[in-house]
Every structure is written in C-alpha cells, then in structure tokens.
Design a protein around this ligand. Structure first.
Ligand code: ADP
Length: 397
C-alpha cells in the first residue's frame, strides 16, 4: 500500500464507519462495484479524497522534509501552500510539531495584500505519525473584525465615561475649596448636576442599545397607534423646544397603526425631534408628519437647521459619531441617539432614511411596516411569524 493510501485511510477513520455502513454488502474490496442502476460505486479512497477536496478548511499534508503530498484547493486560497510549497510559517510550525509531538496553532494571515485572500487566517497543525503533519487553516477575518469592533466600542465607552466622571471629581474639589462662598458652591453644584445627568443619560442609552442589539429579548410587538407615538414623543421634547424657542408643527392625526413596541418607537421619534431642536438655530421651525406609503408608514421629522454634509450622512448612525463633537457635548448629546433610532427601526422590520443639505436642513424618516401588512403572504406561505429584523450593518465610530 502506498504512503498516500495509508494517509487517506488514516485521515478518513472518522467517516469510515458511515461509508462502510452505506456500502455494506454492495462492494468487494479492490473490485469495481456497480449499483443496480449501473452507476459505479466509488471506492473508499475516492470518497475520502472528495471529502478532503470539498472541505471549507484549507488542508495540506506535509512530509518531514517539507514536501506537500496532499492539498485541497482551499489550501492555496488561504495561503497555506504557495506554488506547491508550504508557507514558511506553516512549515516552521510543522517542524515544531514533529519535534514535540503536540498540535500547534499558527497565524497564517497574509503579510501583504494579495487580492482575494482573506485578511486573517488561523491554522492548526497536527502530527499524523510516520513523519507526516497536517495543516488545517480557516478564514478568521470575520472573528478578527468583530473583535476589533468590540475593542473600539469598549475604548469609546471608556472615553465617554471618563470625561464626565473626571469633571465631577474636579467640580467636587472646587465645591470644597469654595465652601465659604455660597454663590460659587451653587455654581459648581449646578455643573455637577449637569455632568451627572449626562452620565445618567449615557448609561441609560448604552443599556437601551445593548438591549436592541440582541443582549436581551425584545418585547412582543403589539398594535401601536402612530398618533399616540407622535403625541407622546412631542410631550417628551416640549421643554427643550420651549427653551430653544422652537415651535413644532404637526400634521393631522392619521389613525394609522403599526405592529411595534410603543416605548421603543416613542424613544426613537423623540431622539429625532430632540436632534432637530439641538441642531437648529433658535426659533427655527421643526415639523413632524405621518403618512402611509404603500405597505409602509412613514413618520418624518424635518428641520431647517445646520444640515449634514453628504460624506457624514451614513456615519451619523454609527455609535459615538458626531459631525461636531463640541456642539454635541454642548447640547448634552451622547452620540448614541441615532444608533438607537437605527436599531429600533431594524427591530421593527423597518428603516430610517435621511435627506439633508448643509445650511438648508434635514429630514429623518422612520419607515415601519403598516399593521397587518404582509399577513396575506404569510398566511399563504403558512408562516404567521412577524418580519425578522433587517440585517444590522452596524459599525462602531
Ligand atoms: P448626539 O447625541 O451627538 O446628537 P446622535 O447619534 O443623535 O448623537 O447624532 C449623531 C450626530 O449626527 C450628531 O452629533 C450631529 O453631528 C448629527 N446630527 C444628528 N441629527 C442632526 C440634525 N437634525 N441636524 C444636523 N445634524 C444632526
């Protein structure tokens, strides 16, 4: 028996039972067997080779002198083998594995950009006995990207929390120093209150966002009246509107309904209205309108404020992205408001759209499936499930 046949048999030990079960009684060892319909029954070696070739992992078997005796197409895609030779890092790992007899992990991420190759590749090297080793590589780009996103998010949250916490400490010292001056104590204490309100808002929004991005089960959706969402959101924003001298105009009640979570929808709409107020000059006008468009309900918030440049329009939905961080801080913004809006809408099977022009103003439109929309199709397909949340292409700013 050749070394290759030995290898194939060793590598296929796990599937042997299954294959033998399928073929039991239908073929004799060494002979060419046929099914009743005349088609050839593949040999065990052929089947094992098919398993090897079709694997999603990049597989290569190396001899003790570094020759590649067996490899699948994916091994080249993942850079385990270049022009028939093993990657230098993979070969170094194989030598160590031969010396120690223990499996090893090796990072085979490309050192330079090579077109279609994945950004991150991780391989496991195992001894196969008799001086052979197998390198099994997988594309880990998604996991690496996710980890980078998580790291960025933690860094951003820490930074956002550090600023108000530091300010509270300094202000408390200032209060102690000014203990004999009631006016100063009042001034510093007011600032402490502002900073702690800001901290509270940040923590509340972080909790809301973690809930919306799947850390907790969302409540069941129920019938929600759009007019109630609008009037509750406006009531929440009344004080900020009054203090900015902004009058909010609203269209006539619509009687429209959506399937949703009322509290989340009110939060999303009030975030949009609060922004419209915060990013408009004093006494500018803001309007809220609602309408039906096909099977969708649209609630639009329009302002005549500073507007958003085209290059920033996608990014404003990222967590902590602000066009002008100083202005956002001055208005008490957390940088999370629009990320929350985006996730609320996605969890309702809807979306948020933005039209904006710097110097002219912005319109943010919440689009939600109308109550009952799609039930006919669902009934036909035998599924009464509500629309699944849309894919969340979330990036962390
Ligand atoms: P913030 O707490 O900073 O307002 P958001 O997530 O609500 O955070 O908004 C992100 C950024 O988008 C804001 O900092 C601001 O630069 C921009 N933005 C949001 N709404 C508007 C608006 N209506 N007009 C102009 N810019 C806006």
């Amino acid at each position: 028996m050749t070394a290759l046949a030995c290898l194939l048999l060793a590598a296929g030990a796990g599937v042997l039972g299954l294959v033998v079960g399928v073929l039991l009684g239908r073929r004799r060892a060494g002979g060419t067997a046929r099914r009743g319909d005349g088609r050839n029954i593949p040999t065990l070696a052929e089947l094992l080779q098919r398993v090897f070739r079709s694997s999603g992992a990049g597989l290569a078997v190396l001899t003790e002198t570094g020759d590649v005796v067996l490899r699948n197409p994916r091994a080249a895609d993942l850079g385990v083998v270049h022009d028939g030779r093993p990657d230098a890092r993979a070969w170094a790992a194989c030598q160590q594995v031969l010396q120690t007899g223990s499996p090893q992990e090796v990072d085979l991420s490309p050192l330079e950009y090579r077109g279609r190759q994945p950004a991150a590749v991780l391989a496991h090297v195992r001894p196969l006995g008799d001086g052979f080793t197998v390198v099994e590589a997988a594309d880990t780009s998604d996991a690496v990207r996710l980890e980078a996103t998580r790291r960025d998010f933690v860094a951003n949250v820490s930074h956002e929390l550090k600023t108000p916490v530091g300010a509270v400490g300094l202000l408390a010292e200032a209060v102690l120093d000014a203990a004999d001056d009631p006016a100063e104590v009042h001034r510093f204490a007011t600032k402490i209150l502002q900073e702690s309100t800001r901290l509270g808002a940040l923590v509340t929004e972080l909790i809301a966002l973690s809930r919306l991005t799947g850390a907790e089960r969302l409540p069941e959706l129920a019938a929600v009246e759009v007019d109630e969402v609008v009037s509750e959101a406006l009531a929440r924003c009344r004080i900020s509107a009054e203090s900015a001298g902004i009058e909010i105009t609203v269209d006539e009640p619509s009687g429209l309904e959506v399937d949703g979570d009322r509290t989340l929808l009110v939060t999303a709409l009030s975030n949009l209205v609060e922004n419209a107020i915060a990013y408009s000059p004093r006494e500018a006008s803001v309007s809220v309108t609602r309408r039906r468009s096909g099977d969708m309900i649209e609630i639009a918030v329009t302002d005549r404020g500073i507007g958003i440049a085209p290059e920033h329009q996608k990014r404003v939905f990222e967590r902590f992205f602000r066009v002008d961080p100083a202005r956002s801080r001055a208005t008490g913004g957390t940088g999370l408001g629009l990320a929350i809006v985006k996730h609320v809408l996605a969890n309702h099977g809807g979306e948020v759209r933005l039209w904006s022009s710097p110097g002219t103003g912005s319109t943010f439109t919440m689009r939600l499936p109308m109550r009952g929309a799609g039930t006919e199709t669902d009934a036909q397909s035998g599924s009464a499930e509500r629309a699944r949340p849309a894919e969340l292409p979330d990036r962390v700013g």
